[in-house]
Design a protein around this ligand. Structure first.
Ligand SMILES: N[C@@H](CCC(=O)N[C@@H](CS)C(=O)NCC(=O)O)C(=O)O
Length: 215
């Protein structure tokens, strides 16, 4: 049985939940409460499993590893079921580039530890933190909206099957909504998000569908 060290609100963990669901893989979710004040990611017992002290981590046959993008590569290649990447090499590159815009250029800047540093080390108040949060999403989404608009017409970004691109997009849109960001400049991204959320694998992975959500 796979074990996912998970937190309902973590968008990186949300990616992995979607990927596992697309493969119809069963897994045990082990909650690590990273909410400020709970800080279970810093517990020595978790640090031994994931020296980076972040979620998600996945345990496979007693071996544990972190990093959602690498975990999704492993899921795509190793578990039975549909690939999480398009068939064609160029389209695969496009899907990876789309996903990495979120995973490398948006998400890390809006991480809990970055927001805490802004508050605690740089004296940012909540308004400044929200401005920072929205700004990094906006910069990434402006590029992704243009890219999405220029793709050949399809139900999703690269055809009618979800790939790592949608798997990264939906959790990032969820974060944007949580921080009350106006998404009206991104109609195609909203459309993709809405379509994906009707897919069972995405719906079951949503933060509000997780046991222990609100904790
Ligand atoms: N690049 C990592 C990022 C993981 C990450 O930053 N996870 C966040 C939750 S979405 C976390 O654990 N934050 C805890 C903290 O910042 O202390 C991945 O994709 O797995």
């Amino acid at each position: 049985m796979l074990k996912l060290y998970d937190y309902w609100r973590s968008s990186a963990a949300y990616r992995v939940r979607i990927a596992l669901n697309i493969k119809n893989a069963s897994y045990d979710s082990i909650p690590i409460n990273i909410a400020p004040g709970k800080d279970e990611q810093f517990a020595e017992s978790y640090q031994r499993l994931n020296p980076q002290m972040r979620v998600p981590s996945i345990e496979v046959d007693g071996q544990i590893i972190g990093q959602s993008m690498a975990i999704m590569d492993w899921i795509s290649e190793s578990l039975p079921g549909p690939s999480l990447l398009p068939d064609d090499a160029w389209t695969r590159l496009q899907a990876r580039a789309f996903a990495n815009t979120i995973a490398c250029d948006i998400h890390p800047l809006n991480n809990l530890s970055v927001l805490a540093a802004l508050r605690n080390d740089f004296g940012a108040d909540q308004a400044a933190v929200t401005r920072w949060y929205h700004d990094w999403i906006r910069r990434g989404f402006e590029a992704l909206e243009r890219i999405a608009q220029d793709l050949p017409p399809a139900t999703l970004l690269f055809g009618d099957q979800p790939t790592i691109a949608e798997i990264c997009l939906v959790p990032q849109v969820s974060n944007a909504r949580r921080f009350d960001m106006d998404l009206s400049d991104f109609p195609r991204l909203q459309e993709i998000d809405a379509t994906c959320r009707t897919i069972d694998a995405f719906a079951r992975a949503a933060p509000e569908a997780q046991q222990g959500s609100q904790a």
